[in-house]
Design a protein around this ligand. Structure first.
Ligand SMILES: [Zn+2]
Length: 404
C-alpha cells in the first residue's frame, strides 16, 4: 500500500478525529468561497486533546494546513500552503510551544492582538497553543477574551492531554477533538513506511515506547534516546539491595551520564551554557563570535540566563519522567510474565532479567512497585528533589524482592 501523502498521513489510528477535521476544513472552504452550503462543521475555537504521543500537535498542524490548502480537497500535503505550514514558515499560522514550565504571557498577548487583523495571505489566521495546560491563569484570561469575541477569520487551536486541563470558561467555547493512543502495530507501520526503519526495529521501538509516536521515532532514529532507555534499565538491574538504591539514584539523576553515557563530573556551568548559546546565535547571523556585537543586534543576541535555567530545569524534569516510564515498563513486563500472559514484552532485549525477576516477585509486590513508580512521577511533577524521589522509588523496588 502506498503511504497517505496528505497532511493526515502521519495521524495513525485517528480515523474519527481525522474525519471531523476534514469535515471542518471543507466547511471552512465553503465559508471562504461564500458558498451557501452547510458550514456548521466549522467553528473558530478548538481544543485538541489526547495522551502524550498520540499526535495532538501534529493534528493541529494538519488542521492548520488543511485550512490554508489551495487544493480542491483540503490538506493535500503537496501544495505550497500545506508545505509552508509544516515547515513553520506560513505567515498566517502561528504556534506557541514551550520548552519552559509555563507559557510566556507576552507571546499569547501578541497573538491576541494579531488575531484581530485580516490574514496576511492565507484563508485564515490560525493560532496553535501547544501545552495549553502550561498557561498561567492571567494568560488564560487574555486568551479568553479573544475566544469570546474572535476576529472574523481567526481560528484558535489549543492542545492539552485532557479536557479538564483548561479552565471551564475556555473549554465551553471550544469544540473538542479527542485523539486516542494508537496501537503498537500502527506506530510500527508508520516508522517503517515514513522513516524507512526496518520492520523488526520498528516493532521493538513502538513496543518500548508504548505507542508514544515521538518516543518511538526517537528510539528508532536517535542513538541518544535508545541509550537513555538502555542505561536506565541497566541501572535498575544492578540494584540488588537497599544500599544500591542510593547509588542508582545518583546515576539516574546524573544527566550527563544518562544522556551521553559519560561518567564523572563534566557538568557545564550556567555561565558556560549562556555563552555557548550566544556564540551560536552570533554564528547564525554570520558574526565573528570573538568580535564586537553591533548595537542594533544586541537585543537579538543577548541570552537571558534565567530563561536558560528554566529551560534546563524543564529538560531535566522531562528526562527523569522518561526514566520512570522506562522503569515502569520493566515492571509491567515482570507482571505480564508472572501472570503467564501471552502479551508481547515492552523490553524484549531484557527478557532474561525480566523472567528471572518474575520468578521471584509476587503479583501483589509487582503491582505495589508500579504504584510506587507512578507516585514517584507525581512527586517529581510537584517539584520533589529528584535524588530523594529516585532513592525512595528504587528502595521500594527492592523491598519485597528476595532476588539473590
Ligand atoms: Zn495543500
Amino acid at each position: 500500500m502506498v503511504a497517505d501523502s496528505s497532511v493526515f498521513g502521519d495521524l495513525v489510528g485517528q480515523k474519527a478525529a481525522v474525519d471531523e477535521i476534514r469535515r471542518a476544513a471543507q466547511a471552512a472552504g465553503r465559508i471562504i468561497r461564500n458558498d451557501t452550503g452547510n458550514t456548521s462543521a466549522m467553528t473558530h475555537a478548538w481544543l485538541f486533546t489526547g495522551p502524550p504521543g498520540s499526535g495532538r500537535s501534529l493534528a493541529a498542524r494538519a488542521f492548520a494546513a488543511a485550512l490554508q490548502c489551495s487544493a480542491e480537497i483540503p490538506g493535500c500535503g503537496q501544495c505550497r500552503e500545506c508545505k509552508a505550514v509544516f515547515a513553520g514558515s506560513h505567515p498566517d499560522v502561528k504556534i506557541v510551544s514551550t520548552d519552559l514550565v509555563t507559557i510566556c504571557a507576552t507571546e499569547v498577548r501578541e497573538f491576541v492582538a494579531q488575531s484581530y487583523l485580516a490574514p496576511a495571505c492565507g484563508n485564515w489566521r490560525v493560532f496553535i497553543i501547544e501545552d495549553a495546560d502550561r498557561m498561567l491563569r492571567r494568560t488564560t484570561n487574555v486568551l479568553l477574551k479573544a475566544i469570546e469575541e474572535p476576529g472574523p477569520r481567526t481560528v484558535w487551536i489549543l492542545c492539552t492531554a485532557a479536557v479538564a486541563d483548561v479552565l471551564p470558561t475556555i473549554r465551553s467555547r471550544c469544540r473538542n477533538i479527542n485523539l486516542v493512543t494508537p496501537s503498537v502495530g500502527e506506530v510500527a507501520k508508520l516508522l517503517t513506511e515514513r522513516d524507512g526503519t526496518d520492520p523488526q526495529t520498528a516493532a521493538v521501538c513502538a513496543q518500548a515506547a508504548q505507542s508514544h509516536i515521538g518516543v518511538a521515532r526517537a528510539l528508532a532514529t536517535d542513538a541518544q534516546a535508545s541509550g537513555i532507555r538502555k542505561r536506565t534499565l541497566e541501572i535498575l538491574v544492578s540494584v540488588r539491595g537497599i544500599g544500591d538504591a542510593v547509588i542508582a539514584a545518583e546515576a539516574l539523576t546524573n544527566t550527563d551520564y544518562m544522556m551521553y553515557g559519560k561518567k564523572g563530573k563534566t557538568k557545564t556551568s550556567l555561565a558556560e551554557k549562556v555563552s555557548a548559546e550566544k556564540t551560536k546565535k552570533m554564528e547564525a547571523l554570520g558574526l565573528d563570535a570573538a568580535g564586537k556585537i553591533p548595537a542594533a543586534l544586541r537585543n537579538q543576541i543577548n541570552v537571558d540566563s534565567a530563561l536558560v535555567k528554566r529551560r534546563e530545569t524543564r529538560a531535566k524534569r522531562d528526562l527523569y519522567d522518561r526514566e520512570l516510564i522506562y522503569l515502569e515498563s520493566y515492571f509491567r513486563d515482570v507482571l505480564v510474565c508472572r501472570l503467564g500472559s501471552s502479551v508481547q514484552l515492552i523490553n524484549p532485549d531484557f527478557e532474561q532479567s525480566i523472567r528471572r525477576r518474575a520468578e521471584n516477585t509476587q503479583i501483589g509486590a509487582a503491582i505495589k512497585i508500579l504504584d510506587e513508580l507512578e507516585q514517584a512521577r507525581a512527586r517529581l511533577a510537584q517539584n520533589g528533589a529528584p535524588a530523594t524521589v529516585f532513592a525512595a522509588a528504587l528502595g521500594a523496588v527492592t523491598a519485597d524482592v528476595n532476588l539473590f
